[in-house]
Structures are given as structure tokens and as C-alpha cells.
Design a binder for this molecule. Sequence first.
Ligand code: PAF
Length: 281
Amino acid sequence: MLIVRNVAQLQSEISKVKDNGQTIGFVPTMGALHAGHIGLVERSVAENDYNVVSIFVNPTQFNNASDLEKYPRNLEADALLLEKAGCDLIFAPSIDDMYSESEQNNRFEFDFEGLDTVMEGKFRPGHFNGVVQIVSKLFTLVQPHKSYFGEKDFQQLAIIHLMTQKLGFDIEIIDCPIVREASGLAMSSRNERLTVAQRELAASISSVLFESIKLTNNMLPAELTSWVENKIAQIEGLKLEYFEIVDAKTLQTANNWNSATVGCIAVFCGEVRLIDNIRYN
Ligand code: PAF
């Protein structure tokens, strides 16, 4: 497995792979890898000849300096996991190698067609501009046939599909189910920042979501939304940022259960912001 730290070396490796006629699978990450990421890599390895994982804590998608600073980083441990999973190349560039000064300081413009005005987009202004900026850059450099994303970041995935289509990338985006700990807690690099007690508390986020599935026969989305909000409010140590039941395609608030709907939640457990989601139909 190669660890490549700059764009020039990446481009030279990718052109060799292309010359050999091999298919490329790609998993973009910000490192601090867990079983959820490794599941994406294993799927990529099963479906492609050559597999690339990027590890880059992308500063332009953070709208909170302390969140960026505290984001866990551990390239050595990540590399061990990736080698075992069958990854061929880790791309771990520096910020200056990825971005010019102007790119670092100016918001990347993109027409999200409304997908960015709700949920994460509402609470983290500019976040998705940074995501699209980095993923489009990585797609251009890695030139994968398939790229793998987790459904935990449901809104991000919807935006990646839109971006791929709008920018004309000939890349198949593969949606991969959420991987959960035994407690039900959705796997996330941020879980590393939770204390043992907080980790237990955070597991109740998914318990509430699972319980809510049983109520869709008796409640409309608006009523179920209030039910989830009240449940989370009763748990000391958790602070709800939002819970919204949305149409799975448009991400706009669902008024009934007629279309595919997803409940998306963001909760603070202490200082750590966690997201999760559940499909209702
Ligand atoms: O989901 C993530 O880890 C990041 O948003 C991504 C897709 C790697 C872009 O930085």
C-alpha cells in the first residue's frame, strides 16, 4: 500500500493505473477511521481493481474553528486498518497542496437547488460548499469509476449525487448503510471524543429513533417530530439541535408518509455534535 502526500505523485500513480485498464474505487474520508469507513473500503475492494482512500481533514467544511482543531487525527492507526482492508493507495495531502490561498479563504460557490437550506445546511452555513469543493477536487484527481459514501451523512449523500450529476462526473456513487455499534450508536469519528458515560447516553439517540418507527401508523410526520423532540428533551446530557422528517429526495419537510421519508437528527452530547437518521418508509 502506498501513502501519497502530494498531488503530483497521486497523478502519476493514477495514470499508471489507468494505463493498465484497471477500475478505480474511491473512498473519501477525513481519517480517524472506524468500522463504518472500513466497511466502505471493503466494499470498494470487492468491486474494483485498484482502491484509493483519501484522508484529509478539510478545513473549508468546518464552520467552527474549535471543531476543526479537535477533529481526531491518527494517520498511522488509519494506515494499519486500511492496509488490512486491502486499500492500494492512501492520499493524505497537506492543506496547501490541495488549496490555493484564495480557495482557502473564499466560499466555493455551487447551486444546491435548495438541498443546502435545511438541517445541516441551516445549522452549519457554508459546510456543504466546503464538502462539494473538496469532493469535486478529489474526484477530478482520483478519476474513480465508483465512489463510496455512508448514509449516516444523509444530506451530504443527496448533495454528492446532485454534484456528480451537475458537474458531469462519470462516477457511480454507491450509498452504503449506516454501521452501528452494538448499542445502536451510529459509528462516527466524533464518538472518540465521548467519555464512557457519554457514549452510553448517546446510544439513546438511536433508541428513540428506532422506537419512533413503530408510531408511524398512528401519527403524522409533524406529530412524530414533536414526539421525538420531547423524548430527547427528557434525556439529561443530550441537547437537540434539530429533528426533521423529510422527503428522502427533496429533503423538504414531509407532511405525510406517501413518499420515502427519513428522520434526520443532530444532537449535542456534551460538546460533541452527533448526527443520525432513520428511514420510515
Ligand atoms: O464525510 C466526510 O468524512 C467528509 O465530508 C468528506 C466526504 C470526506 C469530505 O471531506
